[in-house]
Design a protein around this ligand. Structure first.
Ligand code: HEM
Ligand SMILES: [Cu+2]
Length: 652
């Protein structure tokens, strides 16, 4: 039964007593139970970030092994079978276990702070999405460790992935692991969407939200639509393999091409899902160092949304070589080229912002600014492969490997490292070492270009991707050696970055609340932020709450020290989707270990399915049921919903 308790929100000033009270309410309990049960978005965000960086390191080690194998002609460091597993696991790790989760990590940590709220809309689902990410990563890697990792590339083409050609457990680990991981992505995406529309601070109308919110919001909307397609594809593949159905097997009337459609209608938008949030980080971070607002803020927001929408219409550019009718190729080629227009809007906005600002060259600035160059290089090679006749020459050569790495490393890894330099002080209260930062940046930047620029040439000279070795005399040997040396230099750059993180964590200079002079709400709270984020819910009156004085935007009306206190329990404020008018006070959930237990039960279930052991499947299913029961067990405090009295002024 729904029980509502109506009350007016208390309006008050930020003070020590209020803080102590909120602290007691919001703090995570100590010990194992608190650790497994926490629903604090900041802790979950940091776990996401650390886990994703560990996986980046694993994927990087695999890449270096690949590069050693390819350093010269006729090398035999890996067998062909091992090579298949290495590059497939490398791709899978980088795309699914690093690039996407790292952005979820930053967004989980930052969103409520950027939005002026106490937590995400569904904190327990947030915890659940992290645990499922971890569980599926362990599941996928357990296959690799027993020599049964994915071995048909990250896009896993049938019929190679069918049982006839691939009898081991490899593809079963991959299929089931991807379905498992899809649950995490979907839950996370739904959470982001509701969070963006319901939990913004009063006054943060839709035209005042930071670009990073737009980036993750559009990415989440896309994920919600396309992840089911790929989960379905992997499920059908699993059925083909385990029960002899013929979804993708031509012998039984199935369609191998169906796999490619299902995969790429997911795969292409996914690429935007791992770059748009990163572009958002740059759009929000760069202006801080340029000491001026982003040029064309609204245009960049619109460009972000248009890229995502157009992104749904271009998946066939991954299938130009499959023999589809010419007319559809023209259509998808045109659509792929049009997508560069909104992307260019963002690039020009960044250039104009640097041009018109007074840039302070910090390490974070270098990372953000370098993205512009790398994005342009990746964009140009993308423009080339979007053209059908050119693609027919280049597809499945190292040119494509060069292209994907400029896009993925240039537009995901560089901004993410920059974002770490930028927000590390907020997360830890310590500054990172700038001198080491510069060394790391230039090593990474040089290593990356030395390693990956020549791959364009190797590709133009005809070296196919996914070959485990090549004979001498093809004209590829020197280029490959340079690429390998560059890759190792790049890896040294990443190591310097990791080293800097650990060193600064131990002995970094204290950061203070706003070391860079940032303009958005997260910089208004202490570093690291208190468990409740904001003592009083801020009331926002412009796009740059912390710059209002300097920018002289009408009158400064943003209130950071007086507002709703919401200290009657674990409470948050929900506001209206467009104008962010206060709507109701909601009780947010207490810490709970059910999301963790549910994940453990799901792992049992998935291992049961892998081994086709019905008793294990049954146990896992029962476990899921029990954990869900625990999760959903009615608690009175969660049923309390109190709409605030709208006539009450929010601050005096
Ligand atoms: C030290 C850094 C890296 C090096 C040296 C490297 C090297 C390589 C090489 C040589 C291949 C081609 C394997 C082949 O086709 O035989 C490859 C494939 C790939 N890499 Fe990387 N890579 C690195 C980092 C990354 C990162 C950061 C990402 C993504 C965020 C990434 C995503 C991919 C993908 C998606 C593939 C395609 C795998 C497939 O064909 O199925 N790589 N990488
Ligand atoms: Cu694409």
């Amino acid at each position: 039964m729904r029980q509502a308790v109506f009350r007016r929100p208390e309006i008050g000033d930020d003070n020590e007593m209020l803080r102590a009270r909120l602290h007691a309410i919001w703090e995570t309990a100590p010990g194992l139970k608190g650790w497994l049960g926490t629903v604090d978005h900041k802790e979950i965000g940091i776990r996401y970030i650390i886990t994703a960086f560990v996986l980046l390191a694993l994927g990087g080690i695999e890449a270096l092994v690949i590069r050693l194998q390819l350093a010269g002609p006729d090398l035999h460091l890996l067998t062909p079978e091992q090579y298949n597993e290495f590059f497939s696991t490398h791709g899978m790790t980088m795309i699914f276990l690093y690039a996407s989760p790292i952005l979820s990590g930053f967004s989980n940590y930052l969103w409520p702070l950027l939005l002026g709220s106490r937590d995400m809309a569904f904190p327990r689902m947030n915890a659940f999405s992290y645990w499922v990410f971890l569980g599926s990563a362990i599941f996928l890697y357990s296959g690799f460790l027993v020599g049964a990792g994915p071995n048909d590339g990250w896009f896993n083409y049938v019929p190679f992935a069918e049982k006839d050609y691939n009898p081991g457990f490899n593809q079963d680990f991959y299929s089931l692991g991807m379905i498992f991981l899809g649950i995490s992505t979907t839950v996370g995406a739904a959470n982001f969407i509701v969070t963006a529309f319901k939990t913004r601070a009063p006054g943060m109308s839709i035209n005042r939200i930071p670009i990073m919110i737009w980036g993750t919001l559009t990415a989440s909307a896309a994920n919600l639509v396309v992840v089911p397609a790929v989960s379905l594809a992997f499920f059908l593949l699993w059925m083909d393999r385990q029960f002899g159905t013929d979804f993708f097997q031509p012998a039984g009337g199935g369609q191998p091409l169906l796999w490619q459609h299902l995969f790429w209608i997911f795969g292409h938008p996914w690429v935007y899902a791992i770059v748009l949030p990163a572009m958002g980080m740059v759009s929000d971070g760069l202006p801080v160092f340029c000491r001026r607002p982003l040029v064309g803020h609204s245009l960049v927001a619109l460009a972000t949304v248009s890229v995502m929408i157009l992104g749904f219409g271009v998946w066939v550019h991954h299938m130009f070589a499959t023999g589809l009718p010419g007319l559809s190729l023209s259509f998808f080629s045109g659509a792929s080229i049009i997508i560069t227009f909104p992307s260019a809007v963002t690039v020009f906005a960044w250039i104009a912002t640097i041009w018109l600002g007074r840039p302070v060259i910090t390490t974070a600035f270098l990372y953000f600014a370098s993205m512009i160059l790398l994005f342009v290089i990746g964009g140009v090679s993308g423009f080339m492969t979007a053209s059908v006749p050119v693609d027919w020459q280049l597809t499945d050569t190292y040119f494509v490997v060069a292209h994907i790495h400029y896009v993925l490393i240039g537009i995901n890894v560089f901004p993410v490292v920059g974002a770490t330099y930028f927000w590390f002080p907020k997360m830890t209260g310590k500054l990172m070492d700038e001198r080491l930062g510069r060394w790391g940046f230039w090593t990474m930047f040089a290593g990356f270009n030395i390693g990956f620029l020549p791959m364009h040439l190797t590709g133009l000279l005809g070296m196919p991707r996914r070959i485990w070795t090549y004979p001498a005399g093809m004209g590829w040997s020197t280029l490959n050696l340079v690429t390998t040396l560059g890759s190792f230099l790049f890896a040294v750059g990443i190591l310097i970055f990791f080293f800097n993180v650990i060193k600064s964590l131990r002995s970094g200079a204290p950061a203070g609340a706003n070391p860079w002079g940032g303009s958005s709400l997260e910089w208004s709270v202490s570093s690291p932020p208190p468990p409740y984020n904001f003592a009083v819910i801020p009331t926002v009156a412009s796009r740059h709450p912390l710059w209002e004085e300097a920018l002289d935007e009408s009158v400064a009306r943003t209130s950071l020290t007086r507002g709703m206190t919401l200290d009657q329990g674990k409470e948050a404020l929900h506001t209206s989707p467009m104008d962010a008018e206060p709507e109701r006070i909601v009780a947010t959930p207490e810490d709970n270990v059910a999301p963790f237990l549910l994940t453990v039960a799901m792992m049992v279930l998935f291992y049961g399915m892998l081994l086709k052991l019905w008793i294990v499947i049954g146990l896992g299913g029962l476990g899921c049921f029990a954990a869900l029961l625990m999760w959903l067990w009615p608690r009175r405090n969660l049923l309390e919903r109190a709409p605030p009295d709208r006539k009450e002024p929010v601050h005096g």
